[in-house]
Design a protein around this ligand. Structure first.
Ligand code: NCD
Length: 337
Protein backbone atom coordinates (compact mmCIF):
# COMPACT_ATOMS: atom_id res chain seq x y z
CA UNK A 1 0.00 0.00 0.00
CA UNK A 2 1.25 3.49 -0.90
CA UNK A 3 0.65 5.52 2.26
CA UNK A 4 2.00 8.96 1.35
CA UNK A 5 -0.92 11.14 0.29
CA UNK A 6 -3.50 8.36 0.74
CA UNK A 7 -6.95 8.76 2.24
CA UNK A 8 -7.69 6.24 5.01
CA UNK A 9 -11.37 5.51 4.48
CA UNK A 10 -11.85 1.78 5.00
CA UNK A 11 -10.02 -1.22 6.42
CA UNK A 12 -10.42 -2.80 2.97
CA UNK A 13 -7.42 -0.71 1.88
CA UNK A 14 -5.09 -2.65 4.19
CA UNK A 15 -3.24 -5.86 3.47
CA UNK A 16 -1.00 -7.78 5.88
CA UNK A 17 2.12 -5.75 4.90
CA UNK A 18 0.35 -2.43 5.38
CA UNK A 19 -0.87 -3.50 8.83
CA UNK A 20 2.65 -4.53 9.82
CA UNK A 21 3.97 -1.18 8.61
CA UNK A 22 1.43 0.75 10.72
CA UNK A 23 2.17 -1.35 13.81
CA UNK A 24 5.95 -1.01 13.41
CA UNK A 25 5.66 2.79 13.28
CA UNK A 26 3.13 2.75 16.16
CA UNK A 27 5.74 0.94 18.30
CA UNK A 28 8.27 3.65 17.44
CA UNK A 29 5.82 6.30 18.69
CA UNK A 30 5.90 5.05 22.28
CA UNK A 31 8.67 7.35 23.63
CA UNK A 32 6.91 10.40 22.17
CA UNK A 33 3.46 9.39 23.42
CA UNK A 34 4.94 8.66 26.85
CA UNK A 35 6.70 12.08 26.92
CA UNK A 36 10.17 10.55 27.14
CA UNK A 37 11.18 12.44 23.99
CA UNK A 38 9.62 14.98 21.63
CA UNK A 39 9.63 15.05 17.88
CA UNK A 40 8.84 18.21 15.88
CA UNK A 41 8.60 16.37 12.57
CA UNK A 42 5.21 17.96 11.74
CA UNK A 43 6.18 21.45 12.90
CA UNK A 44 4.04 23.87 10.87
CA UNK A 45 1.56 21.26 9.64
CA UNK A 46 -2.17 21.70 10.33
CA UNK A 47 -4.75 19.00 11.04
CA UNK A 48 -8.36 19.86 10.27
CA UNK A 49 -10.26 17.82 12.87
CA UNK A 50 -13.90 17.81 11.80
CA UNK A 51 -16.31 15.98 14.07
CA UNK A 52 -19.95 16.19 13.05
CA UNK A 53 -20.98 13.56 15.61
CA UNK A 54 -20.26 13.22 19.36
CA UNK A 55 -16.77 12.02 20.21
CA UNK A 56 -14.31 12.30 23.05
CA UNK A 57 -11.55 9.70 22.59
CA UNK A 58 -11.33 9.61 18.83
CA UNK A 59 -11.42 13.40 18.40
CA UNK A 60 -9.00 14.16 21.22
CA UNK A 61 -6.63 11.33 20.35
CA UNK A 62 -6.43 12.47 16.71
CA UNK A 63 -5.60 15.97 17.99
CA UNK A 64 -3.16 14.70 20.61
CA UNK A 65 -1.42 12.45 18.09
CA UNK A 66 -0.92 15.40 15.73
CA UNK A 67 0.31 17.66 18.54
CA UNK A 68 2.76 14.98 19.71
CA UNK A 69 4.31 15.05 16.23
CA UNK A 70 4.69 18.84 16.49
CA UNK A 71 1.67 19.86 14.38
CA UNK A 72 -1.24 22.23 15.08
CA UNK A 73 -4.92 21.30 15.24
CA UNK A 74 -7.94 23.29 13.98
CA UNK A 75 -11.20 21.78 15.07
CA UNK A 76 -14.90 22.05 14.37
CA UNK A 77 -17.49 20.00 16.23
CA UNK A 78 -21.21 19.47 15.65
CA UNK A 79 -23.33 20.14 12.57
CA UNK A 80 -25.09 23.11 14.12
CA UNK A 81 -21.90 25.16 14.45
CA UNK A 82 -20.73 24.56 10.85
CA UNK A 83 -21.92 25.81 7.47
CA UNK A 84 -23.34 22.33 6.76
CA UNK A 85 -26.30 23.57 8.86
CA UNK A 86 -26.82 26.25 6.16
CA UNK A 87 -27.06 23.60 3.45
CA UNK A 88 -23.44 23.55 2.28
CA UNK A 89 -22.44 20.32 0.50
CA UNK A 90 -19.70 18.07 1.80
CA UNK A 91 -17.84 18.72 -1.45
CA UNK A 92 -17.76 22.51 -0.94
CA UNK A 93 -16.78 22.17 2.71
CA UNK A 94 -13.98 19.84 1.67
CA UNK A 95 -12.69 22.16 -1.08
CA UNK A 96 -12.45 25.05 1.35
CA UNK A 97 -11.22 23.34 4.51
CA UNK A 98 -8.62 21.28 2.69
CA UNK A 99 -6.84 24.46 1.63
CA UNK A 100 -6.60 25.42 5.32
CA UNK A 101 -5.10 22.06 6.36
CA UNK A 102 -2.41 19.51 5.49
CA UNK A 103 -4.58 16.57 6.46
CA UNK A 104 -8.16 16.12 7.66
CA UNK A 105 -9.72 13.71 10.16
CA UNK A 106 -13.48 13.53 9.96
CA UNK A 107 -16.47 11.88 11.63
CA UNK A 108 -19.98 12.15 10.25
CA UNK A 109 -23.30 10.35 11.00
CA UNK A 110 -23.93 9.28 7.39
CA UNK A 111 -22.41 6.09 5.94
CA UNK A 112 -20.20 6.96 2.96
CA UNK A 113 -20.02 10.67 3.87
CA UNK A 114 -16.28 10.71 4.62
CA UNK A 115 -15.51 9.15 1.22
CA UNK A 116 -17.77 11.76 -0.41
CA UNK A 117 -15.94 14.52 1.47
CA UNK A 118 -12.57 13.07 0.42
CA UNK A 119 -13.50 13.56 -3.24
CA UNK A 120 -13.57 17.31 -2.74
CA UNK A 121 -10.47 17.41 -0.55
CA UNK A 122 -7.03 18.37 -1.85
CA UNK A 123 -5.34 16.74 1.17
CA UNK A 124 -5.57 13.22 2.65
CA UNK A 125 -8.69 12.46 4.67
CA UNK A 126 -8.87 9.96 7.54
CA UNK A 127 -12.22 8.42 8.44
CA UNK A 128 -12.98 8.84 12.15
CA UNK A 129 -16.30 6.98 11.77
CA UNK A 130 -19.01 7.32 9.09
CA UNK A 131 -22.39 6.35 10.49
CA UNK A 132 -22.77 2.61 11.09
CA UNK A 133 -20.36 1.88 8.24
CA UNK A 134 -16.69 1.93 9.23
CA UNK A 135 -14.18 3.12 11.82
CA UNK A 136 -10.84 2.05 10.35
CA UNK A 137 -8.50 3.73 12.87
CA UNK A 138 -10.42 2.12 15.75
CA UNK A 139 -10.14 -1.29 14.05
CA UNK A 140 -6.37 -0.85 13.69
CA UNK A 141 -5.97 0.14 17.34
CA UNK A 142 -8.22 -2.76 18.37
CA UNK A 143 -6.15 -5.22 16.35
CA UNK A 144 -2.91 -3.74 17.71
CA UNK A 145 -4.31 -4.17 21.24
CA UNK A 146 -5.49 -7.73 20.55
CA UNK A 147 -2.03 -8.70 19.28
CA UNK A 148 -0.26 -7.18 22.29
CA UNK A 149 -2.67 -8.67 24.82
CA UNK A 150 -2.53 -12.13 23.23
CA UNK A 151 1.28 -12.06 22.99
CA UNK A 152 1.25 -11.56 26.74
CA UNK A 153 -0.50 -14.95 27.01
CA UNK A 154 1.68 -16.58 24.29
CA UNK A 155 -1.29 -16.59 21.88
CA UNK A 156 -1.74 -15.19 18.38
CA UNK A 157 -4.57 -13.79 16.27
CA UNK A 158 -4.50 -16.87 14.03
CA UNK A 159 -6.56 -19.51 15.80
CA UNK A 160 -7.99 -17.21 18.48
CA UNK A 161 -11.57 -17.15 19.71
CA UNK A 162 -13.21 -13.72 19.94
CA UNK A 163 -16.68 -13.00 21.33
CA UNK A 164 -18.27 -9.80 20.10
CA UNK A 165 -21.28 -8.80 22.11
CA UNK A 166 -24.03 -6.16 22.08
CA UNK A 167 -25.10 -4.01 19.13
CA UNK A 168 -23.42 -5.74 16.22
CA UNK A 169 -25.81 -4.24 13.67
CA UNK A 170 -25.01 -0.55 14.15
CA UNK A 171 -21.59 -0.84 15.82
CA UNK A 172 -19.13 0.35 13.20
CA UNK A 173 -16.14 -0.70 15.32
CA UNK A 174 -17.11 -4.38 15.16
CA UNK A 175 -17.77 -4.08 11.42
CA UNK A 176 -14.29 -2.74 10.68
CA UNK A 177 -12.58 -5.05 13.17
CA UNK A 178 -14.28 -8.15 11.72
CA UNK A 179 -13.12 -7.20 8.22
CA UNK A 180 -9.53 -6.86 9.44
CA UNK A 181 -9.66 -10.13 11.40
CA UNK A 182 -11.04 -11.90 8.32
CA UNK A 183 -7.50 -11.59 6.90
CA UNK A 184 -6.13 -13.95 9.59
CA UNK A 185 -6.50 -17.74 9.81
CA UNK A 186 -8.96 -19.95 11.68
CA UNK A 187 -10.49 -17.30 13.90
CA UNK A 188 -13.53 -18.42 15.88
CA UNK A 189 -16.09 -15.60 16.07
CA UNK A 190 -18.90 -15.89 18.60
CA UNK A 191 -21.35 -13.10 17.82
CA UNK A 192 -23.71 -12.46 20.71
CA UNK A 193 -26.56 -10.00 20.16
CA UNK A 194 -30.34 -9.70 20.12
CA UNK A 195 -31.51 -11.19 16.81
CA UNK A 196 -32.56 -7.77 15.51
CA UNK A 197 -29.07 -6.37 16.18
CA UNK A 198 -26.97 -9.13 14.66
CA UNK A 199 -23.90 -8.66 12.46
CA UNK A 200 -24.79 -7.56 8.88
CA UNK A 201 -25.05 -10.34 6.28
CA UNK A 202 -22.20 -9.05 4.11
CA UNK A 203 -19.75 -9.33 7.00
CA UNK A 204 -21.05 -12.79 8.00
CA UNK A 205 -20.56 -13.83 4.36
CA UNK A 206 -17.02 -12.46 4.33
CA UNK A 207 -16.05 -14.35 7.50
CA UNK A 208 -17.64 -17.51 6.18
CA UNK A 209 -15.95 -17.39 2.77
CA UNK A 210 -12.58 -16.72 4.44
CA UNK A 211 -13.02 -20.05 6.25
CA UNK A 212 -13.56 -18.79 9.80
CA UNK A 213 -15.83 -20.48 12.29
CA UNK A 214 -18.77 -18.22 13.09
CA UNK A 215 -21.27 -18.85 15.88
CA UNK A 216 -24.25 -16.46 15.93
CA UNK A 217 -26.18 -16.59 19.18
CA UNK A 218 -28.47 -14.68 21.52
CA UNK A 219 -26.98 -16.40 24.57
CA UNK A 220 -23.83 -15.53 26.47
CA UNK A 221 -23.36 -19.16 27.56
CA UNK A 222 -20.90 -21.27 25.64
CA UNK A 223 -18.04 -18.75 25.46
CA UNK A 224 -15.85 -20.51 28.03
CA UNK A 225 -12.79 -20.77 25.78
CA UNK A 226 -12.90 -17.22 24.38
CA UNK A 227 -9.55 -15.42 24.32
CA UNK A 228 -11.14 -11.99 23.85
CA UNK A 229 -14.55 -10.64 24.78
CA UNK A 230 -15.29 -7.40 22.92
CA UNK A 231 -18.30 -5.64 24.45
CA UNK A 232 -20.18 -2.83 22.68
CA UNK A 233 -22.74 -0.15 23.51
CA UNK A 234 -26.28 -0.05 22.10
CA UNK A 235 -25.82 2.64 19.41
CA UNK A 236 -28.91 4.60 20.46
CA UNK A 237 -28.24 7.41 17.96
CA UNK A 238 -28.82 5.00 15.05
CA UNK A 239 -32.31 3.89 16.18
CA UNK A 240 -35.55 5.50 15.02
CA UNK A 241 -36.28 6.57 18.62
CA UNK A 242 -34.74 6.32 22.08
CA UNK A 243 -37.58 3.98 23.12
CA UNK A 244 -36.56 1.66 20.31
CA UNK A 245 -33.03 1.52 21.70
CA UNK A 246 -34.27 1.17 25.31
CA UNK A 247 -35.61 -2.35 24.75
CA UNK A 248 -32.07 -3.64 24.09
CA UNK A 249 -30.22 -1.82 26.85
CA UNK A 250 -28.84 -4.02 29.60
CA UNK A 251 -29.60 -7.28 27.76
CA UNK A 252 -25.99 -8.36 27.47
CA UNK A 253 -24.06 -7.21 30.48
CA UNK A 254 -20.57 -8.07 31.56
CA UNK A 255 -19.69 -7.85 35.23
CA UNK A 256 -17.40 -9.74 37.60
CA UNK A 257 -19.96 -12.48 38.27
CA UNK A 258 -20.88 -13.09 34.62
CA UNK A 259 -17.25 -12.90 33.54
CA UNK A 260 -16.13 -15.42 36.13
CA UNK A 261 -18.99 -17.76 35.25
CA UNK A 262 -18.72 -17.65 31.46
CA UNK A 263 -15.10 -16.88 30.60
CA UNK A 264 -11.76 -18.45 31.38
CA UNK A 265 -9.54 -16.57 33.87
CA UNK A 266 -7.33 -14.90 31.22
CA UNK A 267 -9.99 -13.75 28.75
CA UNK A 268 -9.08 -10.21 27.66
CA UNK A 269 -11.93 -7.70 28.07
CA UNK A 270 -12.24 -4.99 25.43
CA UNK A 271 -14.73 -2.20 24.61
CA UNK A 272 -14.21 0.67 22.14
CA UNK A 273 -15.68 3.04 24.78
CA UNK A 274 -17.65 4.98 25.80
CA UNK A 275 -19.29 2.34 27.99
CA UNK A 276 -22.85 3.23 28.87
CA UNK A 277 -22.64 3.21 32.68
CA UNK A 278 -26.27 4.17 33.32
CA UNK A 279 -27.96 1.55 35.51
CA UNK A 280 -30.39 0.46 32.78
CA UNK A 281 -27.50 -0.32 30.41
CA UNK A 282 -24.25 -0.82 32.33
CA UNK A 283 -22.88 -3.19 29.71
CA UNK A 284 -19.43 -3.29 31.33
CA UNK A 285 -19.54 -2.97 35.09
CA UNK A 286 -17.08 -1.00 37.22
CA UNK A 287 -16.58 -4.11 39.35
CA UNK A 288 -14.22 -5.31 36.60
CA UNK A 289 -12.06 -2.17 36.86
CA UNK A 290 -9.36 -3.88 38.92
CA UNK A 291 -9.31 -7.00 36.76
CA UNK A 292 -5.88 -7.14 35.04
CA UNK A 293 -7.53 -8.53 31.89
CA UNK A 294 -9.56 -5.36 31.43
CA UNK A 295 -7.75 -3.84 28.44
CA UNK A 296 -10.10 -0.91 27.72
CA UNK A 297 -7.74 1.83 28.87
CA UNK A 298 -4.70 0.25 27.23
CA UNK A 299 -6.88 0.07 24.10
CA UNK A 300 -7.65 3.82 24.33
CA UNK A 301 -3.95 4.63 24.91
CA UNK A 302 -3.01 2.61 21.83
CA UNK A 303 -5.30 4.88 19.80
CA UNK A 304 -2.77 7.70 20.08
CA UNK A 305 0.09 5.47 18.84
CA UNK A 306 -1.91 4.20 15.86
CA UNK A 307 -3.11 7.68 14.87
CA UNK A 308 0.44 9.07 15.18
CA UNK A 309 1.63 6.25 12.90
CA UNK A 310 -1.09 6.96 10.33
CA UNK A 311 -0.27 10.68 10.28
CA UNK A 312 3.45 10.00 9.91
CA UNK A 313 2.85 7.53 7.07
CA UNK A 314 0.27 9.54 5.13
CA UNK A 315 2.38 12.70 5.41
CA UNK A 316 5.54 10.80 4.45
CA UNK A 317 7.62 11.56 7.57
CA UNK A 318 7.75 8.13 9.24
CA UNK A 319 11.50 7.88 8.55
CA UNK A 320 12.26 11.37 9.93
CA UNK A 321 11.02 11.08 13.52
CA UNK A 322 14.48 10.90 15.14
CA UNK A 323 15.91 13.66 12.97
CA UNK A 324 13.50 16.16 14.54
CA UNK A 325 13.82 14.80 18.06
CA UNK A 326 14.30 17.03 21.12
CA UNK A 327 14.32 16.46 24.88
CA UNK A 328 11.37 16.73 27.21
CA UNK A 329 12.21 19.30 29.88
CA UNK A 330 9.04 19.26 32.00
CA UNK A 331 7.67 16.77 34.54
CA UNK A 332 4.00 15.95 34.17
CA UNK A 333 3.84 13.08 36.63
CA UNK A 334 1.58 13.74 39.58
CA UNK A 335 3.49 14.12 42.85
CA UNK A 336 2.68 11.80 45.74
CA UNK A 337 1.77 14.51 48.28
C1 NCD B 1 -17.17 4.09 19.06
C2 NCD B 1 -17.75 4.84 17.87
O1 NCD B 1 -17.87 6.06 17.89
O2 NCD B 1 -18.07 4.14 16.92
N1 NCD B 1 -16.43 4.92 19.91
C3 NCD B 1 -15.14 5.22 19.59
O3 NCD B 1 -14.84 5.78 18.56
N2 NCD B 1 -14.19 4.82 20.46
C4 NCD B 1 -18.12 3.22 19.76
C5 NCD B 1 -19.36 3.81 20.36
O4 NCD B 1 -19.62 5.01 20.27
O5 NCD B 1 -20.10 3.03 20.98
Amino acid sequence: MQFTGANILSVNQFDADAITQVFTIADKMQPYAHRKKRTRVLDGAILGNLFFEPSTRTRVSFGTAFNLLGGEVRETTGMESSAIAKGESLYDTARVLSSYSDIIAMRHPKAGSVAEFAEGSRVPVINGGDGANEHPTQALLDLYTIKKELEHHQLSVDGMHICMMGDLKYGRTVHSLSKLLAMYKNVHFTLISPRELCMPEDILGLLDSAGHRVTVTERIEGSMDADIVYQTRIQQERFASLQDADQYRGKFRLNHEIYTKHYKPNTVIMHPLPRDSRAEANELDNDLNQNPNLAIFRQADNGVLIRMALFALTLGVDHLLEKYETDVVWHSEKANI
